[in-house]
Design a protein around this ligand. Structure first.
Ligand code: SF4
Ligand code: F3S
Ligand code: FES
Length: 233
């Protein structure tokens, strides 16, 4: 089949304003949008810029807006997009070039919630044990690949990039509810700040966008509940 792919183009060093460039190419239904972008770059227009690494839904680097929805290009099939595809950079982050955005504000929010295990108690003789039930509480939020599809689909983040955003809350959730971690109170205090978890108005765009199918809005609700009740189970 013939596919038309319309791609956002912008080089702030050269262009006065963004524009769209249209490419036509042959594809099959099981081609991924990433395959099409690779073909465009390889055979039609080597100036096209986008990020990608694993090409298998693991690294999170090729998140972009495909036909109006945040998706990983390597997990989006032509079968699902149809023959006309519009590709744009993620919203709410500065465009560096074409489909490449500046991820630094996103990672700054991620770092702000201390996304690592904190436990200053003396080390046990063996490992810090945890029951299957304790592990299950935060299993879902361990799956994040930091693609930013969630945060950049959130109207609260679009309104103000100071909002910590769903991805950072997911990362915080992963440690707040880990029985081996001892810094839940510290993280909850950070998320209770003015640009923290209460900027979430339960819009659900984040949950709809997550390529890992993490129940993000539910996790955010659990963090809010922990702030209200002090309970971590
Ligand atoms: Fe991506 Fe999902 Fe992680 Fe958000 S929670 S950064 S959408 S993997
Ligand atoms: Fe935004 Fe998700 Fe909340 S889209 S408002 S973080 S439920
Ligand atoms: Fe790694 Fe798509 S290229 S997730």
């Amino acid at each position: 089949m013939e596919v038309t792919i319309k791609v956002f183009r912008y080089n702030p060093e050269k262009d006065k304003k963004p524009s769209y460039k249209t490419y036509k190419l042959e594809a099959i239904e099981t081609d991924r949008v990433l395959d099409l972008l690779e073909k465009v770059k390889g055979y039609q227009d080597g100036t096209l810029s986008f990020r990608r690494s694993c090409a298998h839904g693991i690294c999170g680097s090729d998140a972009m807006r495909i036909n109006g929805f945040n998706r990983l290009a390597c997990k989006t099939l032509v079968r699902d997009t149809g023959a006309t595809i519009i590709v744009q950079p993620l919203l709410g982050l500065r465009v560096i070039k074409d489909l490449i955005v500046d991820m630094e504000p996103f990672f700054e929010h991620y770092r702000s919630v201390k996304p690592w295990l904190i436990n200053d108690e003396p080390e046990p003789e063996k490992e810090r044990t945890q029951s299957a039930a304790q592990r299950a509480i935060f299993d879902d939020t361990t799956k994040c690949i930091l693609c930013a599809c969630c945060t950049t689909s959130c109207p609260s983040f679009w309104a103000n990039e100071q909002y910590v955003g769903p991805a950072a809350i997911v990362a915080a959730h992963r440690f707040i509810f880990d029985s081996r971690d001892k810094a839940a109170a510290e993280r909850l205090k950070i998320l209770n700040e003015v640009w923290g978890v209460y900027r979430c108005h339960t819009v659900f765009n984040c949950t709809m966008a997550c390529p890992r199918e993490i129940q993000i809005t539910k996790a955010i609700g659990e963090v809010k509940m922990a702030l209200t009740t002090g309970k971590l189970e």
